[in-house]
Design a protein around this ligand. Structure first.
Ligand code: MTE
Ligand code: MO
Length: 336
């Protein structure tokens, strides 16, 4: 897989140290998990107040469990976004529209038990227990760039499995042309679903969709963890979609329903502002958002506020070699 490597000269010592520190801690965690030393919960990562984004309101992080997974081959030059930033700079409007709101407001989300209902154009519809699935499906690490449509980006070490492998279990019929996803609808737990102001005016439940070939592409994953542990609630616990060549809003969180369908399904941001957010939402530096340029992005990496770097945005977020062929005959200005 193609991961954008910053030039050597762009790397500060702090950045490279942070990457290697993660790798060694990860193997420790894996070792402990394998030897059964860690029961569950709070692997020493506690609440992360993030001075960069307003550290006064420290969120008490819900306990996370270590996961067993196949690590991705190390990419020496890759700069990861530190874990505390991945967990304290979020979009999850069900918990508020401020970047630190999800970390503050989602820690009580009940993620166990959790099931996903898979249906529609499949021979074998079923409801899947997500925690059971995590134990048997075989998890792998995927270090992906993530580019939000708001022109900021991160590099996140996800843990998950290919959506395509998962969908095959249900035997899609020949009529399945698209996949529709739905987030939990539970106004009691999600303040943004009780109050339009808190929820940013989104029509809940949050819904997303992919074309069948996009869903079956090996880069597309369902993620159940990051940095070696189960997903923090603010990142979409216990299971969310990750499509690295598309804008972040395609990565729907806390999924409860997956339906294979014949027609292109409605998607939340497209319903709200169709002239700004398309169904495809492929990262494209040449097609600007009506209100801002998409030519570059702020990379949220290690270091303080002034270490945030502006970098050029890459077509398909750097994954063009793998995915450009999916859109061979399409006008990407029209199908944004
Ligand atoms: N249910 C739901 N999923 C969502 C969102 C949301 O508001 N609700 N925001 C999206 C947006 S705009 C982005 S950029 C990513 C952010 O994922 P992260 O917070 O894990 O980085 O989640 C996406 N998934
Ligand atoms: Mo986003």
């Amino acid at each position: 897989m193609l991961i954008k490597k910053p030039a050597r000269s762009d790397l500060s010592e702090a950045q490279t140290t942070s990457e290697s520190a993660y790798v060694s801690r990860r193997s420790v965690i894996k070792g402990l998990a394998a030897s059964g030393v860690l029961a569950s919960a709070g692997v020493g990562e506690k609440a992360m107040g993030l001075d960069l984004f307003g550290g006064k309101d420290e969120a008490k992080q819900a306990p996370l469990k270590p996961l067993e997974f196949t690590p991705q081959k190390p990419v020496p030059d890759l700069v990861l976004t530190p874990e505390d930033k991945v967990g304290n700079y979020n979009n999850f409007y069900e918990f508020g529209t401020g970047k630190t709101d999800p970390a503050k407001n989602s820690q009580g989300l009940r993620t166990e038990p959790w099931t996903i209902e898979v249906g529609g154009e499949v021979e074998k519809p079923a409801t899947v227990d997500v925690w059971q699935l995590m134990n048997e499906i075989g998890l792998e690490e995927r270090i992906y760039r993530m580019r939000c449509v708001e022109a900021w980006s991160m590099v996140i070490p996800w843990v998950g499995f290919e959506l395509g492998k998962f969908l095959k279990r249900f035997q899609p019929t020949s009529r399945a042309k698209y996949v529709a996803f739905q987030t939990l609808y539970d106004p009691e737990q999600m303040p943004g679903q009780r109050n339009r102001y808190i929820g940013g005016g989104v029509d809940y439940p949050y819904v997303e969709g992919l074309r069948m070939d996009e869903a079956m592409h090996p880069l597309t994953i369902l993620s159940v963890g990051l940095y070696g542990k189960t997903l923090p609630p603010q990142n979409g616990a216990p299971i969310r979609l990750v499509v690295p060549w598309k804008y972040g809003f395609k990565g729907i969180k806390s999924i409860v329903k997956i339906k294979l369908v014949e027609q292109m399904p409605p998607t939340s941001w497209n319903k709200m502002l169709p002239q700004e957010y398309g169904f495809y939402a492929n990262v494209n530096p040449e097609v600007d958002h009506p209100r801002w340029s998409q030519a570059s992005e702020r990379f949220i990496g290690p270091g303080g506020l002034f270490a945030v770097k502006r970098e050029p945005t890459l077509p398909f977020n750097g994954y063009g070699e793998e995915v450009a062929s999916l859109y061979r005959n399409m006008d990407l200005r029209k199908f944004y």
